[in-house]
Design a protein around this ligand. Structure first.
Ligand SMILES: [Zn+2]
Length: 216
């Protein structure tokens, strides 16, 4: 039975690495797949992982019809057993519907990888549609940590080093130090308080200890 699977987690949890690993494992078993990405940090048409792996991919631009692409390929005699769909948060909801139809009607496995919500903590439309339609949602086990040590669950955007909570949903930046528009993963508390590693390190808002004076 073919499945639509959504692998998700915050930035820096190894989604693109897993995308390339699954592609490699499937190809090793003699299966034929097609890789897609959308606005990868390395530039168009590459799935790149932060630990150094990279493979060419097709760009899933907003007007790409996955159903038309796959049916045209199969009609022309091309074998397609699975799709690898990285950066799926950027896909149009209609494209996610096309992927579900490809699973159901063509028996092609579709592996999607993407973050769930944006720097404002709102879900990307493509990710929301994946949550609605996927057969399986897998949370990646390699969890990055907030600067405080807690598991990081939220993505913060910084501009010139300062965390922002307004702006357009899609601005491609990186978690590499020094970028003008950058992303940092935080726990929910520090995301809510807008305390990035830079602010946290400055110790501007020390937390009161959870004791009242009567206990001391
Ligand atoms: Zn934290």
């Amino acid at each position: 039975m073919a499945e639509l699977t959504f692998f998700t987690g915050p930035m820096n949890c190894g989604k693109s690495t897993l995308a390339l690993q699954i592609d490699y494992t499937e190809a090793s078993a003699g299966r034929r797949g097609v890789r897609f990405t959308c606005q990868d940090r390395a530039g168009q048409s590459t799935i790149s992982s932060r630990i150094g792996l990279a493979e060419a991919a097709l760009e899933a631009h907003p007007h790409l019809d996955f159903w038309d692409f796959v049916t045209a390929g199969l009609t022309s005699g091309r074998r397609i057993d699975y799709l690898i769909c990285d950066e799926a948060q950027f896909y149009e909801p209609a494209q996610i519907d096309q992927l579900a139809r490809i699973v159901d009607d063509l028996g092609v496995d579709v592996y999607c990888f993407g973050i769930l919500h944006d720097f404002r903590t709102e879900m990307f439309p493509g990710s929301a549609r994946l949550v609605e339609l996927s057969d399986r949602i897998e949370w990646l086990q390699a969890r990055p940590r907030c600067w405080c040590g807690a598991p990081a669950t939220h993505n913060a955007r910084t501009v010139g080093g300062v965390m922002v909570t307004e702006g357009s949903q899609v601005v491609v930046g990186d978690t590499a130090p020094g970028a003008e528009v950058a992303y940092e993963v935080l726990c929910r508390k520090h995301h809510r308080r807008r305390e990035t590693a830079w602010v946290g390190g400055m110790d501007l808002t020390p937390e009161p200890l959870p004791f009242d004076e009567g206990d001391v």
